[in-house]
Design a protein around this ligand. Structure first.
Ligand SMILES: Cc1cc2nc3c(=O)[nH]c(=O)nc-3n(C[C@H](O)[C@H](O)[C@H](O)COP(=O)(O)OP(=O)(O)OC[C@H]3O[C@@H](n4cnc5c(N)ncnc54)[C@H](O)[C@@H]3O)c2cc1C
Length: 384
């Protein structure tokens, strides 16, 4: 059953209808096969870009759609209910445009945003490192000022877990420009074809098989002077600010994943007969479905609340952390219970529920683990 949505404008309601149609016609027919073959869905990203769905929360003057964040997130949720790898890809890509849109110079915005927002260029977000995961301030990748006649920077180091590695057109990269801990980080845009940029084999992970994730090594990569985003030393602030918004993308995607799992479970429960009647007539099953519906609805409410604060220009960092925590824990619980509703069939690859369950797990880990979300929330609550 499609989620009941209260959209702020008719235009926003049309965008949801457009997304549902694209999901039905372009995504649903390919998802199972592509996930099995672990294919990168480049043409799907192009389709979404052409439909204007990769640029929703950004200014119209650079090719965006000037939509409120609450609208963009509901589009991500709809995509995730059908194809989680693509929804995560949309969220990651959107995250890579954010630093340029918020902190970039006018010249950078004019030069870079139209390509990013049209979907012609796909982005990757290079923050994590093998030895710097939750503790991003300890990152070792270094940017040094180029010497001699060449102005600009030289990047050296290795990033880990980078979504779209080897497929992205540009790499939004955080690197150390001074030995002053969190205050010594800066942000760079590195073109995907830059000499010295290499990619390891993709990680062999549990799910999200169409979202390749790999280490990215910068071996003396030259970056032009005008490709530093924001001020030198502003990197930590930019990364944390981007993650506040990015976490909402993951919360919305997790909600969509849970909604998709619930829809499959409801359809199966109505069909499947045991003891001479539909299993949905057993209260033990019906109450499970009721709890799943309550979890999905609550998850949606938390991310929409945070998004509406953001849209109103109010602080929303704590609420984004709450949304990420609530929605991703809901996705884990709902997908687990959805497998249960299908019984043995849920444990097979003949139904997509085992994939939804595998995909839910990572939402509790990336863009800040749920322990880190609790850290953010408790600090806000305690004023520490
Ligand atoms: C599929 C996938 C895609 C990803 N995509 C990207 C990407 O595109 N770009 C990118 O930069 N990164 C990406 N990541 C990295 C992701 O953000 C990190 O995995 C995450 O931040 C956690 O870091 P870590 O894996 O090093 O775990 P660690 O930081 O080593 O944490 C290990 C455990 O310790 C806990 N822990 C750590 N510190 C604390 C603390 N202070 N208090 C309580 N518990 C703590 C954690 O919660 C976790 O349970 C991706 C990861 C995955 C799995």
């Amino acid at each position: 059953m499609p989620a009941t949505r209260l959209m702020p404008t008719d235009e926003a309601a049309d965008l949801i209808e457009l997304t549902r149609e694209i999901c039905r016609k372009e995504l649903a027919p390919h998802v199972d096969d592509a996930e099995r073959k672990r294919e990168f869905p480049a043409s799907t990203f192009r389709t979404l870009g052409q439909a204007g769905l990769l640029s929703l929360p950004y200014p119209e003057e650079f090719g965006g759609a000037d939509q409120p964040y609450e609208v963009y997130l509901q589009v991500v949720e709809e995509i995730a209910s059908v194809w989680m790898s693509v929804a995560v890809g949309v969220s990651v890509h959107s995250l890579t445009a954010y630093p340029v849109a918020e902190f970039g110079s006018r010249a950078q915005q004019e030069a870079l945003l139209p390509g990013m927002l049209s979907g012609e260029q796909l982005g990757a977000y290079c923050l994590s490192e093998p030895l710097a995961g939750s503790d991003i301030a300890s990152m070792a990748t270094r940017a040094t000022r180029a010497t001699g006649s060449a102005a600009g920077w030289t990047l050296k180091g290795t990033k880990a877990w980078i979504s779209h590695a080897g497929h992205a057109d540009y790499y939004l990269t955080f690197a150390r420009t001074a030995d002053t801990g969190a205050k010594g980080l800066s942000t760079f845009i590195v073109p995907g074809h830059a000499p010295g940029l290499t990619f390891a084999e993709p990680e062999r992970k549990m799910g999200l098989h169409c979202d390749p994730v790999a280490q990215v090594t910068f071996d003396g990569v030259a970056v032009e002077a005008d490709r530093i985003v924001g001020d030198e030393g502003q990197g930590m602030h930019i990364a944390l600010s981007a993650l506040d918004s990015g976490r909402l993308g993951i919360a919305a995607a997790a909600t969509g994943l849970a909604q998709g799992a619930l829809d499959h479970a409801v359809a199966y429960a109505k069909e499947r007969q045991q003891f001479g009647r539909s299993i949905s007539s057993f209260q033990g099953v019906a109450f499970m479905l009721a709890d799943m519906e309550a979890a999905v609805t609550s998850a949606r409410a938390t991310y929409l609340h945070a998004a509406r604060l953001k849209d109103a220009g109010r602080p929303f960092g704590k609420e984004a952390a709450v949304a990420k925590l609530v929605a991703t824990d809901a996705a884990m619980k709902v997908t687990t219970d959805a497998v249960q509703v299908l019984g043995g069939a849920g444990y097979t690859e003949d139904f997509p529920l085992e994939r939804y369950l595998r995909e839910a797990k990572v939402t509790q880990i990336f863009e800040g683990t749920n322990q880190i979300q609790r850290l953010v929330i408790s600090r806000a609550v305690l004023g520490s």
